[in-house]
Design a protein around this ligand. Structure first.
Ligand code: SAH
Ligand code: SF4
Length: 394
């Protein structure tokens, strides 16, 4: 069982059974092997399995079909049979908020009623979808809104893939599955720590990268971690996407204060893991995220120390300076614009790219670190009570 750095809270596994709908199996979120198994269980003869799997894969993931009627390359008879056993169902969008800068935030409710957020950020040359991997987070970084929630549970692979499907529905981009995409990039930077949900994140990204489905290149996907050292190498080897690391401080004292995970994996551990990240070379640099917190991590000396660290570990690095995004009740303030610019210049003068990220979607609380849903972790007694009430009222 995975434990958090403080060793207390176990990672809550999703209840997969929640994806059965009136006895029908939801095809959305299955990988190829699971799709094949589902078709085999349903009675598709062995010699047709490969062909049927390819057909359905194409309709579900390349065309974004949500009904079997649309699947015109499959015979009517077969479609009529499929409809009796399967569905292709997205989770529900409870609320879609559009920022005046074009950012879109989706509050998504999954089959068991738990909610998470995904954010679409359009830019001149790209459109980035920020995807959640967990509801809540175990890590409690002090500057992060998500960190004030307890971990409710890990998302399933299907629920992670569904965030992409929902965004593509909303942006109406299935008509041209690969040309003129609106979602050109994915960042695993929503709610939660993706490396504490490794298997589901890997499975979901494999589906999203599949060359006969959504076909998003691994070069266009970035996974952000707070520094879960034991899984960083696996991320490079087994998923192969770009890595971003939440650094936020240049010495252990400050980092441990604002990111408790640093007490378990300190700066040296994290930076050594970065230096060993498979595929990290100049063409695919590691991004270091650095939220600018007034009086905490934003001095000129911090900037110089940042440069020293990048040199010491010989890191092919790019630094993303994120103006701190406030949320109700937080104790930090954002550094001044002048200091952020000055910090950026110091790092840049030493030959390391350090752009300042323009905050997006702040008006709808969609910016980095502002995501939080109302879902609460329920006690066993509460779940039992609700199940009993549901029985009485049904
Ligand atoms: N849990 C992962 C993925 C979240 S990514 C991680 O921590 O890396 C979201 C990014 O926004 C992280 O770099 C996170 O540290 C940063 N962040 C969190 N709260 C923030 C805030 N209030 N303002 C700016 N950035 C914040
Ligand atoms: Fe969790 Fe990342 Fe927020 Fe830290 S910054 S609490 S790891 S989501």
């Amino acid at each position: 069982m995975q434990m958090t750095p403080n060793g207390h809270e176990p990672i809550v596994q999703p209840r997969i059974a929640a994806d059965l709908h009136e006895g029908k199996v939801n095809l959305l979120g299955l990988n190829r092997d699971e799709l094949k198994d589902a078709l085999r269980d349903f009675g598709v003869p062995e010699k047709q399995l490969k062909m049927r799997t390819t057909q359905l894969w194409h309709w579900v993931y390349h065309k974004g079909a949500t009904s079997f009627d649309e699947m015109t390359t499959i015979s009517k008879d077969m479609r009529a049979k499929l409809v009796e056993h399967f569905i292709v169902k997205r989770p529900e969008i409870v609320e879609a908020q559009y920022s005046n800068d074009g950012t879109r935030k989706y509050l998504i409710r999954f089959a068991d009623g738990i909610e998470a957020e995904a954010v679409y950020i359009p830019e001149d040359d790209r459109g980035t979808l920020c995807v959640s991997s967990q509801v809540g987070c175990t890590l409690n970084c002090k500057f992060c809104h998500t960190g004030t929630m307890r971990l409710v549970r890990n998302l399933t692979a299907a629920e992670i893939v569904a965030q992409m499907m929902i965004a593509r529905d909303d942006l109406d981009e299935w008509k041209s599955p690969t040309e003129g995409r609106m979602v050109t990039n994915i960042v695993m930077m929503g709610m939660g720590e993706p490396l504490y949900n490794f298997d589901n994140v890997k499975k979901a990204l494999d589906i999203i990268m599949d060359e006969e489905g959504i076909q998003l290149s691994r070069r266009r996907i970035t996974l952000s971690t707070s520094g879960v050292v034991p899984h960083m190498e696996r991320c490079g080897q087994e998923i192969g996407v770009n890595l971003a690391v939440s650094l936020h401080a240049v010495n252990d004292e400050v980092r441990s204060e604002i990111m408790p995970i640093n007490k378990k994996y300190n700066l040296d551990d994290v930076l050594r893991a970065c230096a060993n990240y498979p595929g990290a070379h100049n063409a695919r640099r590691i991004t270091f995220e650095y939220a600018m917190l007034k009086g905490i991590n934003d001095s000129d000396e911090d900037a110089r120390q940042l440069v020293r660290l990048m040199r010491k570990y010989k890191l092919p690095a790019k630094v993303n300076l994120i103006p701190f995004n406030p949320w109700p009740g937080v104790e930090y303030e954002c550094s001044s614009d002048e200091q952020i610019k000055h910090f950026s210049d110091i790092v840049f003068q030493e030959g390391i790219s350090a752009p300042v990220r323009t905050p997006r979607g702040r008006d709808i609380m969609a910016a980095c670190g502002q995501l939080k849903s109302a879902s609460e972790k329920k006690s066993k007694a509460q779940i039992a009570r609700e199940e009993k009430e549901a029985l009485v009222t049904s």
